[in-house]
Design a protein around this ligand. Structure first.
Ligand code: ARG
Length: 263
């Protein structure tokens, strides 16, 4: 008799455990497919004012790109969160599903980027310039001599250019750094004789440092077309972003943001 009671008790316990886990699993599943999945992760590198930067001591990312993407998100009913990381981590982040969108003043024409992610329509155009100290005698990129060092940001078109110039023996060293702010510091400390930087970004730096730095010469390198990017094959999201961009251009919001950040 005792044996039968024990078996019955064990059977009831197993059934109870199964029911409990099944109910509990449902709540876990709903948590996995809850609101969290609706938030799209935008990855960027935020030392690139006025496109994206952070205020001293504050992690909030401000700039043209966050404002533009917020307007696109509102137009298309999307919810975004921003993640700041090193520039050369941005494409790998999308490839490893650690991000949904890149918005970082990224040139969609550069190298093999378009083989790895899908770029949207162009939202800004730019060129590279040579930034030097105010007392520099340099007249432009072609005047740089093989004893000089140039800096730019790692993983960027400028960074690739200084590394190529080093490899070709045109400069003594191509210094590639994680943050633009470090590039500017190296220039001001005399560690490098120039910084290769995107023209709108260099202009923003000169707005506040025109007494200690200047552009020299004409723009050089490939004309750049900045675009947001999504994971390869995510055509649905890309179409939403492109449509949102077209809509904010049509309704004047885009021009309002250009005036806000570039006037
Ligand atoms: N336009 C350049 C490129 O595509 C530099 C972009 C740097 N952007 C940034 N948020 N740090 O390589």
């Amino acid at each position: 008799m005792k044996k039968k009671s024990l078996i019955l008790l064990l059977s009831l316990a197993m059934i109870f455990t199964f029911v409990l886990s099944a109910c509990g699993g449902g709540s876990e599943e709903s948590a996995d497919t809850g609101d969290d999945s609706a938030v799209l992760k935008v990855v960027t590198e935020a030392t690139f004012a006025p496109f994206e930067s952070t205020e001293d001591g504050d992690d909030t990312i401000v700039g043209f790109d966050p404002d533009m993407m917020a307007a696109i998100a509102e137009d298309q009913g999307l919810e975004l969160e921003w993640v700041n990381m090193e520039f050369d981590s941005l494409i790998p982040a999308l490839q490893s599903d650690q991000g949904d969108i890149i918005c970082a003043g990224m040139n969609k024409l550069a190298g093999d980027r378009a083989d790895k992610v899908d770029f949207g329509d162009t939202y800004f155009e730019s060129d590279l310039m040579l930034l030097v100290t105010a007392d520099s005698d340099l007249t432009g990129i072609d005047a740089v001599t093989s004893d000089m060092k140039l800096a730019s940001q790692i993983g960027t078109t400028g960074g690739d250019m200084v590394q190529a110039m080093k490899d070709e023996g045109k400069i003594a060293d191509g210094v590639v750094l994680n943050q633009w702010t470090d590039c500017y510091l190296q220039l001001q400390n005399g560690e490098v004789q120039g910084v290769i930087v995107d023209k709108p970004v260099g202009e923003a730096y000169l707005n506040n440092h025109g007494d200690i730095a200047k552009f020299v010469g004409e723009s050089f390198g490939e004309h750049e077309e900045f675009a947001f990017a999504v994971q390869k094959g995510n055509t649905e999201l890309l179409e939403k972003l492109n449509t949102g961009l077209a809509n904010i251009k049509a309704n004047g919001k885009y021009d309002e943001l250009v005036d806000k950040w570039f006037s």
